[in-house]
Design a protein around this ligand. Structure first.
Ligand code: F6P
Length: 320
């Protein structure tokens, strides 16, 4: 390949800029040209495509969001959309493409690869819900942001001797909730993978902890369960303990990336370029057992991921 395109797609995540920067600079280092595609697949279909130089990505590694912009594009789920996307790549001389995003974005990448555009996926999502990899760009920043926010809620919760339900993001996955549950010393962690919707258990736990002299009760609730505000009302009515809900929301997606997100995103962006330069296509970059690696997209999309059982067990053992 002589020209490499790069786009970000789906929800943004801190560290995406580090990955874009790495794609641009590693491609140039390898003697290739780079084109930035703006606003994800929707920008591809609208030909929002510009040459990128090493200078275009200066001062971006420490910035949250994505300088290329992002979008969720339903048109790209159709065969016509995908064919048009491949044609536009060819028209602009884009022979290799790096797609930074989640599973939905990889499905698009898989189609483009099938249509002859060499395509590599780089996992970018705060949710950590991509089965082939133990690391996704933005997760580390998101959990650190959420952890700091939850510490703050905990202060006021203790002062007022309240129960606090804090809802974190994660779509249908409970990784953010589990990590924060451990990092913030939560009394209860509710994750979609495990929750049995038995609110009575929560109520009993709150009452038991009150008797044991605990001054607050922190419940981390994953958004895949949701309903934090109504849950707070029901819990307050059943326990007599003042209960408040805090939904952290999109603050978890932004902010300057952590060192880990900057470094791993840089490695993954560079790795994707090296795959393209080696003539590879239809691959996803991953991180497993301490190393950067890559998988066939079809296999990656078919993989399943489970919440780490031992981590879950430890989280509960430590919540007493
Ligand atoms: O996938 C990232 C994520 O932030 C999820 O945690 C959340 O469910 C979703 O995106 C929110 O999407 P939107 O930005 O469209 O509100």
């Amino acid at each position: 390949v002589n020209t490499i395109g790069v786009l970000t797609s789906g929800g943004d995540a801190s560290g995406m800029n580090a990955a874009i920067r790495a794609v641009v600079r590693k491609a140039i280092y390898n003697g290739k040209k780079v084109k930035g595609i703006y606003r994800g697949y929707s920008g591809l279909l609208n030909e929002e495509i510009r040459d990128l130089t090493a200078r275009d990505v200066s001062d971006t590694i420490s910035r949250g969001g994505t300088i290329l912009g992002t979008a969720r594009c339903s048109e790209f789920r159709t065969e016509e959309g995908q064919k048009l996307g491949a044609e536009i790549c060819r028209k602009h001389g884009i022979e290799g493409l790096v797609v930074i995003g989640g599973d939905g974005s990889f499905a698009g990448a898989q189609k483009l690869a099938g249509l002859g555009i060499n395509t590599i996926g780089v996992p970018g999502t705060i949710d950590l819900d991509i089965a082939c990899t133990e690391y996704t760009i933005g997760f580390d920043t998101a959990i650190n942001t959420a952890m700091e926010a939850i510490d703050k809620v905990r202060d006021t919760s203790t002062s007022h001797e309240r129960c606090s339900i804090i809802e974190v993001m994660g779509r249908q996955a409970g990784y953010i909730a589990l990590y924060c549950g451990i990092a913030n010393g939560a009394e209860d962690i509710l994750v979609p993978e495990k929750y049995d919707f038995d609110e009575q258990k929560l109520i009993n736990n709150i009452l038991k902890n009150r008797k044991r002299g605990k001054k607050h009760h922190i419940i981390i609730n994953a958004e895949g369960i949701g309903h934090s505000t109504s849950m707070a009302r029901r819990i307050e009515a059943a326990t007599g303990v003042e209960t408040r809900a805090t939904i952290l929301g999109h603050m978890q997606r932004g902010g300057s990336p952590t060192c880990k997100d900057r470094v791993y995103a840089s490695m993954m962006g560079a790795y994707a370029v090296d795959l393209l330069c080696a003539g590879k296509t239809n691959r996803v970059v991953g991180y497993r057992h301490g190393d950067f690696t890559d998988f066939d997209i079809d296999e990656a999309l078919a993989m399943q991921k489970e919440l780490p059982e031992y981590m879950w067990e430890v989280a509960y053992a430590l919540s007493v």
